[in-house]
Design a protein around this ligand. Structure first.
Ligand code: ADP
Ligand code: ZN
Length: 531
């Protein structure tokens, strides 16, 4: 009986405070589990609606819900949004003064807040512990729970404090853990390290079946976009650019060509931004040209296409931004316009972005390397000839069937060429020269070119020198890219971009694995080479 009442209550709260009619996939199961006192582990893609899963029980249950989150800005936003709809919430983090912290904890002890957001570092401070030991804490919600796992790319040692903290509490609260990382190792780590007790685990799919994925490499991106828009009259779409400058330029071009477009980036005034956003949301402007600043928390359901004018810096961003298409479940298209320059610009942005943050040097190095690695995976997306949907799913640790029938690669016809022999020569050349050089030098050596660099490095005297002189340079580059995609080779993330062998390369060298190159039959456009 009580259970049923709580169920109805959850739906009521959803409607009353958040204004939504129905729960999304996975939300209800997790909420009911928590309300029933059972731990919960929610693995859902970004934007799927994880916050409601702990906010709603936080509102319904007696006592305080602690939300542990690593991001100060996220805490602020969520607390502001909750307060706006009349839910009492507060955050405690390093942006507050000591006095403000004491005051907030005092109010909390008096039962003024239903939800309190804290950074994990805070948990072991004396003041916070004193509060926690003298207050009824009904739930601990761990946001970005993958930070607890060393397998994850965002491991934060301070997350390990959560377990010790919970163990000190007089009564064990129900624990909810939430993340968008779906690999098996991370899931197991979360469950094990947080000591979840037979949790309800919900993994909602990362697959968005109604989205069609395509990568194009046009010589003229602007022409390509104008052409696309002309072919989709009356349809709503977002075009993402990687810089404010690109937004401005493309927006002006669209206006000049008679396309009524809105624009959005962080360099615009608040009023300009909200006016443009509303023009798009209410269909007064069908096209939105924006940086990634646009889209957070915007729920426009009839976006029929998302075009990326530039390649984003990682698959997470791409998935999230492209995912703004087709929220209503109707067929929609996600088109990425690739050019080699996007890689360079992203490298620059990553280096610049990281330099600005307050991190100690070791942290910065690790983060830089991680971001470069993610950029590489994004770049490979633009080169793979295999199913694009499968590529994205694999990235998030999910596996579907290897051919979706709804991406450009699945729909394209390919010719298959066995390039195992050429691959052997390439791999041997890299091994023989000590895995010290970049792709271009290796290819120049294989082509038998006579350059000062090849002489200086003594490549001209290698046994593999000139061995592939009868092939086109572009063809050899395609093979090298394929070897990278198949993970026989990798390129170092530093500025030297040295190409090295993975252990599996031996299989090819020894003739145990074949390398098959797919070349497009229909796409006659020249593709730029990858780096
Ligand atoms: P996540 O934390 O998983 O990235 P959020 O909790 O920020 O996602 O939610 C993303 C967006 O989806 C928010 O704008 C939120 O209001 C909206 N949302 C969440 N649940 C629902 C729902 N049941 N119906 C409609 N919109 C929802
Ligand atoms: Zn596919």
């Amino acid at each position: 009986m009580i259970q049923n009442n709580k169920r109805n209550l959850a739906l009521e709260v959803l409607k009353k405070y958040f204004g939504y009619e129905n729960f999304r996939n996975g939300q209800e199961t997790l909420i009911h589990s928590i309300l029933g006192g059972r731990d919960a582990l929610g693995i859902m893609p970004t934007g799927a609606g994880k916050s409601l899963v702990y906010q709603i029980p936080g509102i319904i249950m007696e006592g305080v819900t602690l939300v542990i989150s690593p991001l100060i800005s996220l805490m602020k936003d969520q607390v502001a949004a909750l307060n706006e709809v009349g839910i009492h919430a507060a955050f405690i983090n390093s942006s507050l003064s000591a006095r403000q912290v004491s005051l907030a904890l005092e109010y909390a002890r008096q039962g003024k807040y239903q939800l309190i957001y804290v950074a994990p570092e805070r948990l072991e401070t004396e003041e916070f512990l004193y509060f926690a030991l003298n207050t009824r804490i009904s739930m601990v919600a761990v946001d970005e729970a993958h930070c607890i796992s060393q397998w994850g790319q965002d491991f934060r040692p301070s997350y390990l404090k959560i377990v010790r903290f919970i163990e000190q509490l007089p009564k064990r609260p129900v624990i909810g853990a939430f993340t968008a990382t779906a690999t098996k190792e991370v899931m197991e780590d979360i469950s094990c390290i947080l000591k979840l007790q037979s949790p309800e685990v919900v993994v909602t799919g990362f697959d968005r079946e109604n989205l069609y994925y395509e990568v194009r490499t046009p010589k003229d991106k602007e022409k390509e976009i104008l052409h696309y828009i002309a072919e989709h009259p009356g349809k709503c779409g977002i075009i993402y650019c990687n810089t404010r400058n690109n937004v401005e330029e493309l927006w002006e071009l669209l206006l000049k060509e008679g396309v009524a477009a809105a624009k959005y980036h962080a360099g615009m005034s608040d009023t300009d931004r909200s006016r443009n956003q509303e023009n798009f949301i209410y269909d007064r402007n069908l096209v939105m040209v924006a940086t990634n600043a646009f889209g957070m928390g915007i729920d426009k359901s009839n976006v029929r296409y998302v075009i990326h004018y530039n390649m984003p810096k990682n698959i997470e961003s791409y998935y999230q931004e492209a995912g703004r298409a087709g929220r209503d479940g109707e067929p929609s298209e996600c088109i990425l316009l690739y050019s080699g320059r996007d890689v360079e610009v992203n490298k620059f942005l990553i280096e610049k972005g990281n330099a600005g943050e307050e991190q100690d040097f070791a942290d910065r190095e690790i983060i830089l390397e991680r971001d470069m690695e993610r950029l590489k995976k994004m770049t490979y997306y633009c080169f793979t000839k295999d199913c694009l949907r499968e590529y994205i799913l694999n990235y998030f640790g999910q596996y579907g069937n290897s051919s979706c029938g709804n991406c450009c690669n699945c729909l394209n016809e390919y010719e298959e060429t066995d390039v195992t022999k050429q691959s052997m020569v390439i791999l041997q050349c890299i091994r023989e020269s000590g895995q010290r050089y970049g792709i271009n030098l290796i290819i120049a050596a294989l082509l038998g070119r006579r350059t000062a660099k090849l002489t200086a490095t003594n490549m001209v005297n290698q046994s593999m020198y000139g061995k592939l002189a009868s092939y086109q340079e572009g063809f050899l580059k395609q093979i090298v890219n394929k070897l990278i995609l198949d993970e026989y080779l990798f390129v170092t993330s530093d500025k030297y971009a040295v190409v090295k062998l993975n252990r599996t390369a031996l299989k090819v060298i020894e003739g145990e694995a074949a390398v098959i190159l797919k070349t497009s039959k229909t796409n006659t456009e020249d593709r730029e080479d990858g780096k």
